[in-house]
Design a protein around this ligand. Structure first.
Ligand code: 5AD
Ligand code: SF4
Length: 446
C-alpha cells in the first residue's frame, strides 16, 4: 500500500533579506513538522506569501499575486499571508480575500504548524501579536543559499524615521544573545559555508544587554572557518569608534558598507527624523574610509519626500557625487498609512512627475559615478567567491570582498570556491573577469 505522502508547502518571499531569513526559519519549522517544501504553488497543500510593506508598490505586487493564486491553488489548499503586510493589515486581509485563511505577523511564526492545521479544518486566523522575546532560537533554518548564510542578530526597530512602516510591522528592537549568534555561525560553518551576513534593521545598534556590535563583529570574526563577514543595514549614528575599530581589526570583515543616506539635505534629513545632518553623514563616511582602506560604499536614497525642494534634491545629488558611492538603491517616496509622514500638510506633497524626474536624474548620477570608479579597477586582481550560475551566457556569478559582481567562465563545480580573478571588463556596474592562478606562498629555501 502507498504511504500517505507528506503535505507540501510553498513559500514565496518579497522584500528584504530579513524576510528571506524569516522564510528560511518558517521552512525549517515546517519541514521539521513533516511538510515537504516544493518550488511551485500549483498543487501545494500550503501556500505562504511572505510579504513586504515598505512601499505601496511592494504591496500591490502581493495583492496581484494573491489574486493569481485564487485560480492556481488547489481547492483544499491553505493560503496564508505572512510578514510585514500581514502585520500591517491584519484581519482586513481575511475580509478582503476570502481565499486567504491565515494572516501571520513576523513574531508569530512559532505557531505556524498549529495555525496551518486549524486552517486545514476551516478555521481562519490572524496572529499579529509582537513578542519581545522572540528570536526563534530553537528553529533550524532551511537555507536556500549554500554559499552565504543570512544570520539575523536583531529584530524590530526603535528609530522612528517618519517615512518608515517598519517599526509598525516589526515592532520594537531586540537583539539576540551573542552566544546564540556564535552558535548559529559555528553550525553554518560546519555545513561548509564561509560567508556570513549579519542582519538587523539597524544592525550596528545591536546590544544584547552585555555586548555591543563591536563585540559581536569580533566574536563572529573569530569563529574558525568564517572567511567573509558582512552585515546589513547599519544606521550612520551607530558607527561608534569601537565598531569602526572592530571592523578594521577583524580580518574576515569585508571592505564594504551599505550605509543608507536617504537624503543629502539636512533640512530633509531632519523632516525624515534621521537624527544626523549631511555633515555628520559625510563625517561618518570619512571615518570609515580612514579606518578601512579601499572601502566600497553603497546606499539607499529616497526622492520626493514631502517638502523636498529642488535645492534639497540638488544637495542629495552633490552628496552622492561627493561620497562616490559604488552603487545605490534609489526610491521614490511612497506614503505609508500610519507613518508620521502622513501628518505633513498636503501642500508638501511632491508631484509624481517631479519625483520621477528626480529619480531619473539621481539614477544617472549614481551610474555615472559608479562607472567612473569601476573603470579605474580594470586590470586589478581580486579574490572572488563564486556564488551561482549567471542567468546568461553560461558564466558564473562571483563576488569580491568589496561587493563587486564579477562574471567569470567556469562550471558549477566552482560554486562556493574562492578564486583569484583579473577584472578584464565592466558594463559600468558589473565586471567580467579572467581566472588567474592563485599566488601560492612558497616556503623560503633554507
Ligand atoms: N518610501 C520609499 N522608500 C522607502 N524606504 C523605506 N520606506 C520608504 C518609503 N515609505 C527605503 C529606504 C530604506 C529602504 C529599505 O527602503 O531607503 O533604507
Ligand atoms: Fe523588510 Fe521592511 Fe519590507 Fe518588512 S517592510 S519586508 S522589514 S523591507
Amino acid at each position: 500500500m502507498l504511504q500517505s505522502p507528506r503535505p507540501t508547502v510553498y513559500i514565496e518571499t518579497y522584500g528584504c533579506q530579513m524576510n528571506v531569513s524569516d522564510t528560511e526559519l518558517m521552512l525549517g519549522k515546517l519541514t521539521e513538522s513533516g511538510y515537504e517544501s516544493v518550488e511551485q504553488p500549483d498543487g501545494a497543500d500550503v501556500i505562504l506569501i511572505n510579504t513586504c510593506a515598505i512601499r505601496d508598490h511592494a504591496e500591490q505586487r502581493v495583492i496581484g499575486r494573491l489574486g493569481e493564486m485564487k485560480s492556481r491553488m488547489k481547492r483544499d489548499a491553505v493560503l496564508g499571508v505572512t510578514g510585514c503586510m500581514a502585520q500591517r493589515l491584519g484581519s482586513q486581509l481575511l475580509d478582503r480575500a476570502r481565499h486567504v485563511s491565515l494572516v501571520i505577523g513576523p513574531d508569530s511564526y512559532r505557531d505556524l504548524p498549529l495555525l496551518i492545521e486549524s486552517a486545514r479544518s476551516g478555521i481562519r486566523t490572524t496572529a499579529t501579536e509582537f513578542d519581545l522575546e522572540e528570536h526563534y532560537e530553537d528553529f533550524t533554518p532551511r537555507r536556500f543559499d549554500g554559499v552565504k548564510a543570512w544570520i539575523p542578530v536583531q529584530r524590530g526597530c526603535d528609530y522612528r524615521c517618519t517615512y518608515c512602516i517598519v517599526p509598525t510591522t516589526r515592532g520594537p528592537e531586540r537583539s539576540r544573545q551573542l552566544a546564540e549568534v556564535v552558535r548559529e555561525t559555528e553550525s553554518v560553518v560546519s555545513s561548509g559555508i564561509s560567508e556570513v551576513v549579519l542582519l538587523g534593521q539597524t544592525v550596528n545598534s545591536y546590544f544584547d544587554g552585555q555586548h555591543d556590535f563591536a563585540d559581536l563583529l569580533r566574536a563572529i570574526g573569530n569563529v574558525k572557518g568564517v572567511r567573509r563577514l558582512r552585515f546589513t543595514s547599519p544606521h550612520p549614528n551607530d558607527f561608534s569608534a569601537a565598531v569602526i575599530r572592530a571592523m578594521a581589526e577583524t580580518e574576515a570583515c569585508c571592505e564594504h558598507v551599505h550605509l543608507p543616506m536617504q537624503s543629502g539635505s539636512t533640512r530633509t534629513l531632519k523632516r525624515m527624523l534621521r537624527r544626523y545632518t549631511r555633515e555628520r553623514y559625510l563625517e561618518c563616511v570619512d571615518k570609515l574610509r580612514k579606518a578601512i582602506p579601499n572601502l566600497a560604499l553603497t546606499t539607499d536614497v529616497i526622492v520626493g519626500f514631502p517638502g523636498e525642494s529642488e535645492a534639497d534634491f540638488e544637495e542629495t545629488l552633490s552628496a552622492v557625487e561627493l561620497v562616490g558611492f559604488d552603487d545605490a538603491y534609489t526610491f521614490k517616496f511612497s506614503l505609508r498609512d500610519g507613518t508620521p509622514a502622513t501628518r505633513f500638510p498636503p501642500s508638501d506633497t511632491v508631484s509624481d512627475e517631479i519625483a520621477s524626474d528626480r529619480l531619473a536624474r539621481l539614477i544617472a548620477t549614481v551610474r555615472a559615478g559608479s562607472r567612473e570608479r569601476n573603470l579605474k579597477l580594470l586590470g586589478e586582481r581580486r579574490e572572488v567567491l563564486v556564488e551561482k550560475s549567471a542567468r546568461r551566457g553560461g558564466l558564473l556569478q562571483s563576488r569580491t570582498r568589496d561587493f563587486k559582481t564579477v562574471m567569470i567562465p567556469g562550471d558549477v563545480s566552482s560554486i562556493g570556491r574562492y578564486l583569484s580573478v583579473e577584472l578584464t571588463g565592466t558594463t559600468g556596474s558589473t565586471f567580467i573577469g579572467k581566472v588567474v592562478p592563485q599566488r601560492i606562498a612558497l616556503p623560503l629555501a633554507v
